[in-house]
Design a binder for this molecule. Structure first.
Ligand SMILES: Nc1ncnc2c1ncn2[C@@H]1O[C@H](COP(=O)(O)OP(=O)(O)OP(=O)(O)O)[C@@H](O)[C@H]1O
Length: 580
């Protein structure tokens, strides 16, 4: 936890909080002694002046104690809140820099819990630390010494009470701490089920799995609640037993104190002070116990956060990256004996991929489901890095470029179209913030998205969360347009045309060929349909991660068994006729 706090908490604020706390504790410790003095020297001797003088002193100390407490709480709250803010920013910055590989390692729902709930745990304990963790030990020692100075014999009571209290707290912690630790993973589970339920709501309804999903959520919810009820029940038992122990101690002190007063071996004022010190000793002991109960939970949270913060991105930039030419009209892309295997996977997703393309050429990738098409194109913007072999752009290994420059040179349309909340214009300017309205409309026209945008509010049309107010095909067209607005050396369309009808698919590709900018760039199209790939300059046929065919439509149609098989299956469905 210290690792998490280091550098994220202002040393000045922590010192300030510490100093305020010391002032508060010293003032509070002074009050019972002054009460004893008033009783012993003022009340007992009838010295009104003394009572006024010491009374004024008490008021001053009480005020000082309140002011110091306010100062401490202010600094503690500020420091712990800013610790939370810095942690959230650091986690977000780290996560945004993750490659797909790291995302595969930590679930998204867990990342959300870590950024919210876990950070709150740390924040609470930081607040507690700046108040109780400093206050309790000073108060415990100070009050013990002062109580001892008031009467040695009575102090013996603590030799019985404190070990009893320690044993009791130990037993409580033994049961409560594991339950507290489990709270975070149970919160993760709730978030996971909730998130899946929300994102998959249509599928859930379509398959009438509402009840099942509700049950799944209930199980996670109940599991969390049972855990929380158990842990808070233990805490609830703790409080009355503690109070009982405190009352028993008071009775003991009064009993033995009365005897000592009767024997004239202790003044009355000392007994009053002793009782207050006893309360302070027990209170600080309880505070320490609370801290020890909450620290393990926060420690678990700190470990979960540290796990994210220390996750080293597998994809990093060279210390001195190569410069990527900005003349996108003269580019050359090559894959040289590229192999790739997902983390932990037994088999390679791609084996020995070898091809090249120049500006002005279209490469199409076709293959069955799971044949490695998405994996192949994901290597280009370095969502993942090759296992062996290399990918070059203009003769330089893409790992030599900075990720920023490389991704500037690649415009990517992922398989699932993702749009962001805002306007169409904002979404279109996502990769090209300075794009003019004219350029945006041009891209929308190519992507055949201009029609439905015009019929709404034009570029001001609202895009709701995830593009939910558009159909799947419309979302896909907008995602294509967004990629076209951006100027790039390579345009990658990962199965982006499958949501379009045959006619629109053909029109869109024709527009791409005719566009004065795009026609001088490299275009990579991943597709399932023969019709979509037929007019590409180079078609790659993938099967089980291997390149089983490479050539034009005419060549592959003539001599590639896998390609012929795909053609035949689509001809049977009446789709292949489109290119015949
Ligand atoms: N993140 C991942 N972690 C582990 N294995 C993966 C991951 N993504 C894909 N794979 C595996 O890699 C192989 C190739 O998957 P890929 O997504 O590249 O296929 P694809 O040809 O694009 O399929 P589709 O046409 O269904 O989109 C599959 O066997 C898949 O199970």
């Amino acid at each position: 936890m210290l690792k998490i706090a280091r550098g994220r908490m202002s040393i000045w604020a922590v010192t300030g909080a510490f100093l305020f706390m010391i002032v508060q504790v010293i003032s509070s410790l002074n009050l019972p002694s002054l009460t004893a003095n008033i009783v012993n020297n003022g009340v007992a001797k009838g010295d009104i002046n003394y009572i006024w003088r010491v009374g004024a002193e008490m008021v001053a100390f009480a005020l000082l104690s309140v002011l110091a407490a306010v100062g401490n709480v202010f600094l503690a709250a500020r420091t712990s809140q800013s610790l939370g803010q810095k942690l959230r920013s650091d986690i977000y910055r780290k996560v945004i820099g993750f490659s797909n590989d790291e995302f595969d390692q930590v679930e998204t729902s867990s990342l959300i819990t870590r950024t919210t709930n876990d950070v709150v745990q740390i924040q609470n304990v930081a607040m507690m630390a700046l108040r109780m963790m400093i206050m309790a030990p000073i108060m415990l020692i100070g009050a013990s010494v002062l109580a001892y100075s008031k009467n040695h014999q009575l102090t013996l009571i603590f030799l019985i009470v404190l070990p009893l209290l320690a044993i009791f707290i130990g037993i409580v912690m033994r049961f409560a701490v594991p339950l507290f630790r489990a709270m975070q993973s149970k919160t993760d589970r709730i978030n996971l089920v909730f998130r899946e339920g929300l994102t998959g709501v249509r599928v859930i309804r379509a398959f009438r799995r509402d009840k099942f999903e509700q049950g799944r959520f209930e199980t996670a919810n109940q599991d969390y609640t049972h855990n929380a009820v158990k842990v808070y029940s233990i805490m609830a038992v703790m409080l009355p037993i503690m109070t009982l122990m405190m009352s028993a101690t008071n009775i003991g002190i009064t009993w033995f104190g009365a005897k000592l007063i009767g024997d004239f071996s202790m003044p009355v004022g000392n007994l009053i002070a002793f009782m207050t010190y006893a309360a302070q000793i027990l209170m600080s002991f309880m505070m320490l116990a609370m801290v020890f109960v909450f620290i393990p939970r926060a420690q678990a949270s700190a470990l979960r956060i540290q796990e994210v913060l220390s996750l080293e991105p597998t994809i990093t930039d060279q210390p001195e990256p190569a410069t990527l030419p900005t003349d996108f009209d003269h580019s050359e892309l090559t894959y040289q004996n590229v192999d790739y295997r997902y983390r932990g996977a037994e088999n390679r997703a791609l084996t020995d991929i070898d091809f090249s393309a120049k500006s002005g050429q279209t490469v199409a990738i076709i293959g069955g489901t799971g044949s490695g098409k998405t994996s192949l194109v994901s290597l280009l913007p370095r969502f993942y890095d090759v296992e062996s072999g290399k990918i070059t752009l203009n003769g330089t290994d893409i790992r030599q470029f900075s990720q920023h420059d490389l991704r500037d040179a690649v415009s990517f349309v992922p398989q699932t179209a993702i749009l962001f909340t805002g306007t169409v214009r904002e979404n279109m300017q996502y990769g090209a913030p300075d794009a003019s309205d004219e350029a945006i409309w041009h891209a929308l026209e190519i992507a055949r998205a201009d029609g439905f945008i015009k019929s709404e509010d034009g570029l001001e049309t609202r895009v709701e969360q995830g593009g939910g107010n558009f159909s799947g095909g419309q979302r896909q067209r907008l995602a294509i347009a967004r990629a076209l607005v951006k100027d790039a050396a390579v345009y990658v369309f990962d199965d982006s045309f499958s949501a379009l009808d045959f006619k629109t698919d053909a029109e869109l590709r024709a527009e791409l060929r005719e566009d004065s900018r795009i026609q001088n760039r490299i275009v990579v199209i991943v597709a399932q349909r023969i019709a979509t790939v037929a007019d590409a300059d180079l078609i790659l046929v993938l099967d089980n991660g291997k390149l089983v065919g490479k050539g034009t439509h005419a060549q592959l149609k003539a001599n590639n068994a896998v390609y012929q098989e795909i053609m035949d299956s689509q001809l049977k469905e009446g789709e292949g006729e489109q290119h015949e």
